[in-house]
Design a protein around this ligand. Sequence first.
Ligand SMILES: [Zn+2]
Length: 115
Amino acid sequence: MMARVTMLQPRVVTVDTSIARPPPKTALPFYSSPDWIALRNAERVAAKGICRRPGCGKRGFIVDHIVEIRDGGAPLDARNVELLCSSHHVLKTNAVRADRQAGRLAPKGGGPSNL
Ligand SMILES: [Zn+2]
């Protein structure tokens, strides 16, 4: 005798989210300023093009503010920037975002909201 297996219909409705996109991120004028470009280039040279996170060793692509400007970090202080690979930039950004959403970072009100 064979057991009969009946598949249940899914109870969760799937939604096509492919048409729901955030607005395009626009570069702020700050990131085109000669002072920022000079600082960014200096950090890339100082880091020899390698991600600053210990043990990473990947090519760095993003010069990131250690303390984000919106959290009160100095925009043009060489001690507040580090070259990161894409992976470490995402990890760092997500951690900061989680801290901010949990209220562990209070906005200082100085910088634009999407830095
Ligand atoms: Zn890295």
